[in-house]
Design a protein around this ligand. Structure first.
Ligand SMILES: [Mg+2]
Length: 339
């Protein structure tokens, strides 16, 4: 995957779960800021960070406000967010993710939609046949775009295909999708229109009457969001709570060292694990002192270690990779009459 790798912290399907990114040399990076926009600028091939693999429900996203922008699960009213299965769709119907180094500026009114940006990197629906994995970085060919108006904000959805898909060479514009994957674009509009209805939200609206725009239009939209990102990372625009910490963007005032990046990742340990780690360090220090002390006794050593072990079992943090179960209600289906 283009030399990038990911590292999980805490248990999947937990509030503490984070997926951090590393470059080919094993250095921590931000997937939002340090992965380049283009995989091949001459051929208009873009990088895409896969947040949600096709047919899954957990709403995973680049945490724009967290340092180093790891992927985490969206939380609403204190609960982990899963998208509903709106018949006949199961979870997300494409590999879903974002193009790095782009930003839909909430302070900029889009000339096409008349609405401001949604404060996120631009979204991509990847229509290839492979089910990608969370955190995978793939190279995509852009085919078109849909202008979703989500709760009054412009939310472009780029339609793209993985260049490694066996059929990628047959797809060069939005009409190729219409011709060779009949029903997929209609299903895409249907999905975005209704996916929030089970959460008590109204149907989403679209600019251009829900029509897809072609490849050239889509590439221009991406380029414009890239310019907004450039202003953000150079501190020419105030990004509010967005974390712009990066390792590689030359001239950015938010550039930080690898040591600082590593400290950021380590600091993201769940609070309980930090307590546990603290107790372990304390007990080790006490044990060392006891061993050196002339009053060292077996009873004292046992006492020190028992205290640590008791604390460890009482407050042990969730293990690093064992996933919590996905709540069974996530598999429920919702049926609506189409308007
Ligand atoms: Mg968006």
């Amino acid at each position: 995957m283009a030399g990038y790798s990911v590292e999980e912290r805490a248990a999947p399907n937990s509030l503490e779960y984070r997926l951090f990114f590393k470059d080919a040399a094993g250095r921590y990076i931000s997937p939002f800021h340090d992965i380049p926009l283009y995989a091949d600028a001459g051929k208009n091939v873009f990088n895409m960070v896969v947040e949600v693999p096709r047919w899954t429900n957990a709403k995973m996203e680049i945490a724009t406000k967290d340092p180093l922008n790891p992927i985490k699960q969206d939380v609403k009213k204190g609960k982990l967010r899963y998208v509903a299965n709106v018949f006949p769709h199961k979870g997300y119907i494409w590999n879903y993710g974002a193009i790095p180094q782009t930003w839909e500026d909430p302070g900029h009114k889009d000339e096409n939609t008349g609405c401001c940006g949604d404060n996120d990197p631009i979204d991509v629906c990847e229509i290839g046949s492979k089910v990608c994995s969370r955190g995978e970085v793939i190279k995509v060919k852009v085919l078109g775009t849909l202008a979703l108006i989500d709760e009054g904000e412009t939310d472009w959805k780029i339609i793209a295909i993985n260049i490694e898909d066996p059929e990628a060479e047959n797809y060069n514009d939005i009409n190729d999708v219409r011709r060779m994957k009949p029903g997929y674009l209609e299903a895409t509009v249907d999905w975005f229109r209704r996916y929030k209805v089970p959460d008590g939200k109204p149907e989403n609206q679209f600019a251009f009457n829900g029509e897809f725009k072609d490849k050239d239009f889509a590439v221009n939209v991406i380029k414009s969001t890239h310019e907004h990102w450039k202003a953000l990372i150079a501190k020419k625009t105030d990004g509010g709570e967005i974390s712009c910490t990066n390792l590689t963007v030359s001239g950015s005032p938010f550039c930080c060292s690898q040591e600082c990046a590593k400290a950021t990742v380590d600091a993201s340990w769940p609070a309980l694990a930090a307590t546990d780690k603290f107790m372990w360090l304390m007990s080790r220090t006490v044990l060392r002192r006891d061993l050196r002390s002339p009053q060292c006794s077996l009873e004292r050593l046992v006492c020190t270690n028992s205290c640590y072990l008791l604390f460890h079992f009482l407050f042990q943090a969730p293990p690093c990779k064992a996933a919590n179960p996905i709540p069974p209600e996530v598999d429920r289906w919702f049926y609506y009459q189409k308007n």
